[in-house]
Write a new protein. Structure first.
Length: 295
């Protein structure tokens, strides 16, 4: 029988029992794909992240692999924040540095490190904007809403920043909170459009310190994700794209997870780079659990 050390870190919060939990397995170089999937299934969280140490002369500092209970995904930002918190806590990440590079299936991802406040900002995949969805009635119906519940002067737009999200603007917090996760119809809509999930948002917020309130509504069984980093990257790219070239940089602080009673604060930084729109998403995290898995 072998042993694996693990931690569970709640991303996008400083507070216990808030944020979005991810299980983190450090020093995971010896685990094969099958074992990673079995470990992720055991935790049964939205994602479990496995951190592999870099080989000599690698062009990255660590390799990260992300597993849901059913499959591997190429990029997930809330587990990345969790992994960086765990690496910092273990002393494997030098937080006196201001940046590091992580290898993922989506390519190498650049990370900005703020060792003073313990925040990490991860660059998403460069956004791809797909044609807007004109049938607002059908989209509203999938979420148990009416067409009038969709914000009229903002488009419904699929945006891909690593997974593919349908961005849906709604008129109020009341509407956002009554949106339903109808799994079968949402699966059909996402498959037709070519995205994985939906990111609904409103400019109404619980706390006026923040800019938007958002929900990640995903066509899978299980709980709703309290805080989706890639979904907020897609939303940030969407808002930058819609607002036009009047802003060379946009910073958005989003509330999420209130509906789960696990509130998150997610910051998205969007700016115009040399080769297109660049997006970074991040925050901090709170270690909630450490222990050993017997395998």
């Amino acid at each position: 029988m072998g042993e694996l050390s693990f931690s569970v870190v709640n991303s996008f919060t400083n507070n216990a029992f808030e944020g979005n939990p991810a299980a983190v397995i450090l020093n995971a170089n010896t685990l094969n794909d099958e074992m990673m999937l079995r470990v992720a299934r055991q935790f049964n969280l939205v994602e479990t992240v496995f951190v592999l140490n870099a080989y000599t002369n690698a062009d990255f500092d660590f390799e990260l692999r992300y597993f849901t209970p059913t499959e591997e995904v190429s990029l997930a930002i809330h587990p990345t924040v969790a992994a960086l918190v765990a690496l910092s806590t273990s002393g494997q990440l030098d937080t006196c540095k201001t940046e590091c590079t992580l290898k993922t299936k989506s390519g190498n991802r650049h990370v900005n490190i703020n060792g003073v406040d313990g925040t990490f900002f991860i660059e998403s995949v460069s956004p791809i904007f797909h044609p807007m969805i004109s049938n607002r009635f059908t989209v509203a119906h999938v979420f148990g809403l009416e067409e009038k519940d969709i914000l009229s002067d903002y488009p419904i737009l699929p945006v891909d920043t690593g997974l593919g999200h349908l961005i849906v603007p709604v008129v109020s917090l009341d509407v956002l909170m009554k949106a339903k996760r109808n799994i079968i119809s949402l699966q059909q809509l996402c498959s037709k459009i070519g995205v994985k999930e939906a990111q609904l948002f409103t400019f109404n917020v619980y706390n006026n310190k923040y800019d938007v309130h958002t929900r990640n509504i995903c066509p899978r069984e299980g709980i709703e994700d309290p805080g989706c980093g890639v979904g907020n990257a897609a939303l940030g790219a969407y808002l930058f794209h819609i607002l036009g070239n009047s802003k060379n940089e946009l910073v958005i602080q989003a509330e999420q997870g209130v509906i789960n009673s696990m509130p998150c604060i997610i910051e998205t930084q969007v700016y115009q780079g040399k080769n297109g729109i660049r997006v970074k998403v991040g925050g901090t995290g709170k270690t909630m659990m450490t222990g050993t898995i017997l395998i």
